[in-house]
Design a binder for this molecule. Structure first.
Ligand code: NAP
Length: 314
């Protein structure tokens, strides 16, 4: 275990919110560390094309993630690749514990750890994960070239990923439980114009079946008639939303019914100096541009917090 020196801000999570907070914190000359257990970029990195980052009409998720990272590195942001196991709030300072035993005391903590894909919780889903069941089209789509795939969901993710998969697969069935998509209108128009994509309305997947080579079919049920059917497919991609990664949030912090963290307009929780930003924060729109804005806001607020705290100690 290494007890690290006091930091002004520890940022947890290296997605668009965390990296933007890092850039702003460095610009505010705060002693900063960003801790990320995976690759910096977060969900951005596994998105095919991003068309709503203002100022750039069209960019791959990986490229935009790389741009965020190199921008942060240009400000010498200290990025540590390790898992955070606990955030312990304190009156004097907060404490961030890492899986490798390192301990960071910090005046402020910005938590930007997003969410994890929701599962359908149906038979075969876990058993055939990696054998035809996937939650990431850009990671696994390659294996389904000229094959048939089922995509489940009706939001921005399911429609965007269906469009991506249609570039590779022979046929994409988009299975949605209602008769109307939740996705934004531009994605809805594109989906309907793509001849390789067929939408199965008012339908849910109830079971995933496989043979020796992996997923071979899904069992379906019509939500209006309850009629059951089977559909041959080589794979199933599930995009039915995200569960908030709220395991690190200190006990007693208010959350909504779905587990997203409630904060004030600065992103500050009820624990002074602890901020939550990005997809983990309860909000209307989960967007890269919103996460980035929240990262900027929280870092500016953290700078003010640290300045006030140090001023009162003199
Ligand atoms: P989402 O917006 O929550 O949509 C989830 C979809 O899955 C909904 O259509 C929902 O159906 C369906 N669903 C949920 N549980 C289901 C179940 N058990 N069985 C079958 N279907 C189920 O999730 P998302 O598409 O992952 O998007 C998450 C957030 O990120 C959203 O705020 C989205 O706008 C944002 N996002 C934005 C972009 C972009 O701007 N380009 C791209 C990706 C994501 P119902 O419609 O019936 O509820």
């Amino acid at each position: 275990m290494t007890q690290k020196e006091m930091h002004d801000v520890v940022i947890i999570g290296g997605g668009p919110g965390g990296l933007t907070a890092g850039i702003y914190a460095q610009r505010a000359a705060l002693k900063t560390v960003l801790i990320e257990k995976g690759l910096p970029g977060g969900q951005m990195g596994s998105t095919d094309t991003i068309e709503n980052w203002p100022g750039i009409e069209n960019i791959t998720g990986q490229e935009l993630a790389d741009n965020f990272l190199s921008h942060a590195q240009a400000y010498d942001l200290n990025i540590v690749q390790e898992e955070v196991t606990a955030v312990e709030p304190g009156l004097e300072h907060h404490t961030v514990r890492l899986a490798n035993g390192d301990v960071y005391p910090a005046h402020t903590v910005i938590i930007a750890v997003g969410g994890s894909p929701k599962k359908l919780n149906i038979p075969g889903e876990d058993k055939y994960y990696g054998k035809g069941v996937s939650y990431c089209a850009i990671c696994d789509g390659f294996f389904f070239r000229n094959k048939t795939v089922v995509v489940v969901g009706g939001g921005d993710s399911a429609t965007e990923e269906s469009l991506y998969l249609a570039k590779l697969a022979k046929k994409v069935y988009l299975v949605h439980r209602r008769d109307e998509l939740r996705a934004g209108m531009i994605l809805q128009q594109r989906i309907k114009a793509e001849s390789k994509i067929e939408i199965l309305w008012n339908t849910i997947v109830t079971k995933v079946n496989a043979d020796d080579t992996g997923v071979s079919e899904v069992e379906l049920q019509n939500t209006l008639t309850n009629k059951e059917s089977r559909l041959a497919t080589d794979g199933i991609f599930v995009f039915v939303g995200f569960n908030p990664n709220n395991q690190l949030i200190p006990a007693g912090t208010p959350m909504d019914a779905d587990g997203f963290v409630m904060t004030d307009c600065k992103g500050e929780t009820t624990m002074p100096g602890i901020y939550v930003i990005g997809d983990l924060r309860q909000k209307y729109a989960k967007q890269i541009v919103v996460a980035a804005g929240e990262g900027a806001t929280a870092a500016l607020a953290a700078a003010h917090f640290v300045q006030a705290k140090k001023g009162s100690q003199q």
